[in-house]
Design a protein around this ligand. Structure first.
Ligand code: NAP
Length: 498
């Protein structure tokens, strides 16, 4: 019996999972072995599904959509399933957090906080299921009445990344299900366990068979086949901008499925001289180190007013040096392991590029050997110029670049100097500056004197090459609907043929 409490240790043997299709666990033939990035030992075995498995799951989702077993229910009944799911998640919180830690490498206390957020997503999704509604037009004259119906888009394909396997899932699933859609999920092959567990949880909560399906396997086989599938009505993809681009091509070449894309970011944090520098430095350290900087919304560029730049960087470097990097199973750990070998090499190569391109290393800059697993110390570069690769590319790791500015216009221009537009933050005590920057910086999520705050009531999504559409809240549930305009003649028709 595994212990999921604060005394949790590694499993003696990897846990074997099936995949979840049409309401039941199904046995995989070939299996993928996942090693814990924090410890280097095998922790899970998940199926390498075939395209036939995917086709069967899509067919199950199609049946469950077309026979109205889900979309035909009152919103209140869908809400009841989502609320029961929230209750089960509350009961199984530490267990889900445990598998998240073992597959992803994030600290256990962080993972538990994420499950709490996921519970809130299901509660907000339940509210959305009851509140979703269309519109009416009483302005078309006495002879015509207009209604706008919101109808579920149909079968949704959902592809999720490895950085927040359960959180990103739960920022989408309650809203997909609230709308009346059915879904086939393809999680990242390296972090599939918790997405699979949600299958049995939703089933226990009363979701009919076929409403939620999970097909595991690699992006290149199962992910690609899902993007190209002619019977999937909408694809919600969260991941890199390059794979997002391939989803657009696949949608165009198959059935013009509707797309939601949540892609990369190179997010600015603008610090004015009049801000509370201690607060801003704490926010910047958190913004780049949380989840080892492997967040789409990680604030990877700090843009600080020149008059306080040196003082700010000193405060920030001192704070970063105090961050506890270590074994993700320890509750005191703040920064855990880098999730994949490839990502670890990418981050270290960017640290080398930063040094080679002439930036000044102010904090961190090296891997940490804990005798197993892969760890990188939160890193700060100063004197970064816009042409450097650490200034432009999404590193997706704990590497922060510092830029300096003299005027508000210069700060805005530096913040917008990226192909991305996912998130941004501004720190100032001056309300005018805060509002000017908030309105002029092109980003889908904005924070003033805080960072990465919020809840599932608020929409998520990006401008520019950070994606299309919004997830979460009422905006999110509406993404999974199609709008139908209905025109109703009132009274006797005025005849065309006299
Ligand atoms: P990724 O390589 O694009 O993978 C994302 C998902 O797509 C995974 O499930 C992956 O499966 C799958 N995939 C890979 N190749 C595919 C293909 N050809 N067709 C269909 N699916 C395919 O991204 P990642 O490295 O996992 O995640 C990091 C990126 O995600 C970063 O750019 C980050 O900014 C972005 N991200 C964005 C948000 C947001 O909300 N905007 C949130 C989190 C992450 P396998 O892993 O099994 O290959």
């Amino acid at each position: 019996m595994l212990d999921f409490t604060d005394r949790a240790t590694l499993p003696d043997a990897p846990r074997e999972f099936g995949f979840w299709s049409d309401g039941y666990w199904r046995k995989g033939v070939a299996m993928f072995e996942r090693r814990s990035p924090g410890h280097g030992v095998p922790v899970t075995l998940t199926p390498r599904c075939t395209v036939d498995d995917l086709n069967a799951a899509v067919a199950a989702a199609r049946r469950a959509f077309e026979d109205r077993r889900w979309a035909g229910l009152p919103g209140a009944d869908r809400a009841a399933v989502l609320l029961r799911t929230a209750d089960i998640l509350r009961r199984r919180r530490d267990e889900i957090a445990y598998w998240e830690v073992l597959e992803n490498g994030k600290p256990i206390s962080q993972a538990r906080g994420e499950i709490d957020h996921c519970i809130a997503c299901f509660e907000v999704g339940a509210g959305a299921a009851r509140l979703l509604h269309g519109d009416s037009f009483n302005s078309l004259g006495d002879g015509l009445f207009g209604m706008v119906l919101r109808e579920p888009v149909g079968v949704v394909g959902l592809i999720t990344p490895w950085n927040f396997p359960f959180l990103i899932l739960c920022e989408r699933i309650p809203f997909i299900l609230a709308s009346g859609c059915t879904v086939v999920v393809k999680p990242s092959e390296v972090t599939s366990a918790t997405t699979l567990l949600l299958g049995e949880i939703l089933s226990e909560a009363g979701a009919p068979d076929g409403v939620y399906n999970v097909v595991t396997g690699s992006g290149r086989t199962i992910g690609q086949a899902l993007t190209e599938h002619p019977d999937v009505d909408m694809l919600s993809f969260t991941g890199s901008t390059s794979v997002g681009r391939s989803c657009v091509h696949a949608a165009a070449d198959s059935n013009f499925k509707k797309l939601g894309l949540e892609l990369g970011g190179k997010n600015p944090i603008i610090v004015f001289a009049d801000s509370d520098l201690e607060d801003a430095a704490d926010g910047a350290a958190f913004g780049i180190s949380f989840n080892t900087g492997q967040c789409c919304v990680s604030s990877s560029r700090v843009i600080v007013e020149r008059s306080v730049a040196r003082e700010f960087e000193e405060i920030l470097a001192a704070k970063m040096a105090k961050i506890i990097v270590g074994d993700p199973l320890q509750t005191k750990t703040q920064v855990g392991a880098i999730t994949t070998d490839a990502q670890n090499s990418t981050i270290l190569s960017y640290i080398d590029k930063g040094k080679a391109e002439g930036a000044t290393l102010v904090a961190g800059g090296q891997a940490l050997d804990l005798g197993g697993g892969q760890y990188i110390v939160p890193t700060l570069f100063s004197g970064v110029t816009p042409g450097m690769s650490i200034a432009r590319d999404e590193i997706f790791g704990p590497v922060l670049s510092s830029f300096h500015f003299d005027t508000v216009e210069e700060a805005i221009s530096l913040a917008n100097d990226t192909v991305y537009g996912l998130a941004a933050s501004v720190w100032t005590k001056n309300i005018d500056k805060a509002l000017v920057v908030t309105r002029r910086v092109r980003a889908g999520r904005f924070w003033v004197n805080t960072i990465m705050a919020g809840g599932p009531e608020m929409p998520l999504g990006g401008f520019k090459q950070s994606g299309w559409g919004r997830e979460a809240g009422m905006y999110g549930v509406e993404e999974y609907t199609q709008v139908k305009s209905v025109h109703i003649e009132v009274g006797k028709r005025a005849h065309w043929i006299k």
